[in-house]
Design a protein around this ligand. Structure first.
Ligand SMILES: *Cc1c(COP(=O)(O)O)cnc(C)c1O
Length: 474
């Protein structure tokens, strides 16, 4: 398609008004020269954006089973609330007494999310999951330092972890120690026992883990780390399987981050804004990034710096409107709706896994949580069709592919997360499309090697797209 700069020209215009016939008074801050924008007519402009909108695929177009990303439908009421002028028109430097409502949103969201996670305090500052991990690790660092314990320099991360975990630990100045998973996809407890010691700062773990399995040894795992003097960090980016059902705080975790843009209803995938609040147990609260919202005896709210705060991790109170959406989501679902959403996410994943089993091998053939991992190694060996080919074939059939080649411990991995917002009928349609592709893999593998053929672009050079992106028109 043509860019807007390649369209229009002199005489194409949007203006319905006649030439101005009175002197124009230009405010001092207005730019001296006109911006170099193309002259286009209203028709050209509307068609341009309409065409652009058709180049992409989002949750509003259809099912988007991207494992570990929780691409669920986000109720529009949350958008309406986040667009209220009372929230959008405040200035972040207004005095506390003039923004009691906004501080109330932050406090209520903190309280609700603390009760869901089993934490005591929370900061809403971090702008995304990885940012939350970094923040949480700095809390762990500050905790050990405050006790004069400088020897704890290592963070233990299982090999099934999300890639951001070791990256965040390294960024926070720790050495990363990898431990293997057992054949059941869970942490190898004996390997963990050998890995901990006086140099252990902590463990980073997600449960259910990235293969969609709830680690049955979780209490033993956190106990081993605590006994060695370490802290336990819970990657709560994907809380969708457990919210309101089981609390990371009760599993023995000291710090957690959440991805409000995954689990708590902010559309994502287009690059932001996100929110990665970090919660902690009381013994870490004094280190939280400041300021945090505190309530006085009379109920009035103010922003207060925690005693030994690690400092700010983002301007003001983070992406505030994402917190508004999360609070609206929490309030509309309520105490019954929140665990219900998780139970349906788990039910949907298990139903879809069951429907797909006839055609695809499962990496771990057990009851899964909110997502499951298929292993296409066997299919590739038999037909030459890889996980990548199936993913590309899905694009031609109108659904977004699952996550590919992750987690790394499964080689031809496709990781499927249907979420609770898909109906039984949709899940059955998805299974039928996967079945069709499995048949094609055996009858016409070449067609899948060449897929997709119906999308605006075919296979991209993904490395070049990541390393040398062309982001500007020239
Ligand atoms: C998405 C995700 C993250 C990172 O979150 P971002 O907001 O993309 O930084 C971390 N851990 C897990 C398990 C995730 O799924």
């Amino acid at each position: 398609m043509k860019l807007i700069f390649e369209q229009g020209g002199a005489g194409h215009c949007l203006s319905l008004l006649p030439e101005c016939d009175v002197p124009v008074v230009r405010p001092s801050k207005v730019r001296a020269e006109k911006a170099p924008l193309p002259q286009v007519s209203e028709t050209e402009l509307v068609r341009h954006y309409r065409t652009l909108s058709k180049q992409v695929y989002g949750v509003n177009d259809g099912v988007y089973p991207l494992g570990s990303c929780t691409m669920k439908y986000n109720p529009k009421i949350n958008e309406d609330m986040a667009a209220l002028p009372g929230f959008t028109d405040v200035h972040p430097l207004q005095p506390d007494h003039t923004v009691q409502g906004c501080l109330g949103v932050l406090k209520e969201a903190e309280t609700a999310l603390c009760s869901i996670t089993g934490m005591d305090r929370m900061t809403m500052q971090p702008a995304a999951g990885a940012h939350g991990e970094f923040t949480g690790l700095l809390l762990i660092k500050a905790y050990h330092r405050s006790r004069g314990d400088a020897a704890r320099t290592k963070i233990i991360v299982p090999d099934s972890a999300h890639g951001t975990n070791p990256a965040s630990a390294a960024m926070a100045g720790f050495t990363v120690v990898n431990i293997p998973s057992g054949p059941d996809g869970c942490v190898d407890v004996e390997a963990l026992r050998k890995a901990v010691g006086p140099d252990t700062a902590g463990l980073m773990l997600t449960n259910p883990n990235t293969v969609g399995i709830f680690d049955k040894n979780i209490l033993e795992i956190t106990e081993i780390v605590h006994a060695a003097g370490g802290q336990c960090y819970y990657d709560g980016a994907n809380l969708n399987a457990v919210m309101g059902v089981v609390r990371p705080g009760d599993m023995g975790f000291d710090v957690i981050h959440l991805n409000l843009h995954k689990t708590f209803s902010t559309p994502h995938g287009g690059g932001g804004p996100g929110s990665g609040p970090v919660g902690c147990k009381a013994h870490l609260a004094q280190f939280l990034p400041g300021p945090v919202v505190e309530a006085a005896g009379d109920g009035s709210l103010s922003l207060v710096q925690p005693e030994q705060s690690i400092g700010r991790v983002r301007t003001f109170q983070g992406n505030f409107l994402v917190a508004v959406r999360a609070l609206c989501y929490l309030k509309t679902l309520g105490r019954e709706g929140i665990p219900d959403a998780s139970k349906h996410a788990v039910l949907n994943a298990n139903y879809l896994m069951h429907l797909m089993k006839a055609d695809y091998d499962m990496a771990y053939d057990v009851t899964c949580m909110h997502e499951f991992v298929m292993d296409l190694g066997h299919m590739k060996h038999e037909t030459g069709v890889s996980a990548m080919d199936i993913a590309k074939g899905l694009l031609d059939l109108g659904i977004h592919p699952p996550t590919m080649y992750f987690p790394l411990i499964v080689h031809e991995a496709l990781m499927v997360e249907p979420t609770e917002t898909e109906s039984k009928e949709t899940l059955e349609e998805v299974a039928a499309i996967f079945h069709q592709l499995a048949v094609t893999a055996h009858t016409d593998p070449e067609a899948l090697h060449n897929a997709p053929s119906k999308t605006p672009v075919s296979r991209l050079d993904e490395v070049a797209a990541a390393r040398h992106p062309i982001l500007r028109w020239s």
